[in-house]
Design a protein around this ligand. Structure first.
Ligand SMILES: O=c1ccn([C@@H]2O[C@H](COP(=O)(O)O)[C@@H](O)[C@H]2O)c(=O)[nH]1
Length: 233
């Protein structure tokens, strides 16, 4: 089932049962869902079948980062399981990203392929520690332009960079933004955050929301509040 909602709910749970318990409260007409490293490592591909069976479009967020041949094979395997979106790390470079894209094209697989620029949990000091002297915004720009030139559909970035990337890479280039925090929510380990409405105004095409919904006392009320914030004039 396809949806026009920008919301992607991160199912960061430690078991298939817990993830499906949340999925059963969600409506695939009102959001997509994201399967990340913890859930996939615990459940394997069964979680994808279970979510597809419930009508959800699934973003498989495994952030592949390896040599081109290995990443191309992993992306192909994800796409053959019918996921709506899969990602790699842009830091793997142009040849890696091109190999992944070409593998999808060769198989006529229509899964969206995007690349992570700079993790939303990272600030300038974190980049410096790994030898990157550019600011997060500068480094995101560089990696997003490389991703665009490699022919991918878009990037994972923070909403703080979305406006600039809209100018650099165009409206159609996907800007999938985690680090979404309603005004009352804790940032936790995230460093480059934005509210849902500000993120959409800045040019995010999709909003990834995890703990502000999944760890809320009333997850459905938290989700409804985000939807209301997005719908308000
Ligand atoms: O740069 C990135 C890339 C991926 N993520 C993932 O998004 C969610 C965010 O969850 P919250 O609980 O809303 O913080 C999570 O699954 C991350 O693995 C990201 O946060 N930043």
């Amino acid at each position: 089932m396809s949806t026009s909602s920008p919301l992607i709910i991160a199912l960061d749970y430690a078991s298939l049962d817990a993830a499906l318990c949340m999925a059963d409260r969600l409506d695939p007409r009102r959001c997509r869902v994201k399967v990340g490293k913890e859930l996939f490592t615990r459940s394997g591909p069964d979680v994808l079948d279970a979510l597809h069976g419930r009508g959800f479009e699934v973003f498989l967020d495994l952030k592949f980062h390896d040599i081109p041949n290995t990443v191309a094979g992993a992306v192909e395997a994800a796409a053959q399981q019918g996921v709506w979106m899969v990602n790699v790390h842009a830091g793997g470079g142009r040849r890696m990203m091109e190999a992944a894209r070409e593998r999808l094209e060769a198989g006529r697989l229509e899964t969206h392929l995007i690349a992570v620029t700079v993790l939303t949990s990272m600030a300038a000091a974190d980049l410096l520690e790994v030898g990157i002297t550019a600011s997060p915004a500068e480094h995101v720009e560089r990696l997003a332009q490389l991703t665009h030139a490699s022919g991918l559909h878009g990037v994972v970035c923070s909403a703080q960079e979305a406006e600039r990337l809209r100018t650099l890479c165009g409206e159609d280039f996907l800007k999938v933004t985690p680090g979404i925090r309603p005004a009352s929510a804790e940032a936790g380990d995230q460093r480059r955050v934005m509210t849902p409405r500000a993120a959409m105004t800045a040019g995010s095409t999709h909003l990834v929301v995890g703990r502000p919904v999944t760890q809320a006392e009333d997850p459905m009320a938290a989700l409804a509040a985000i939807e209301a914030e997005l719908a308000a004039n």
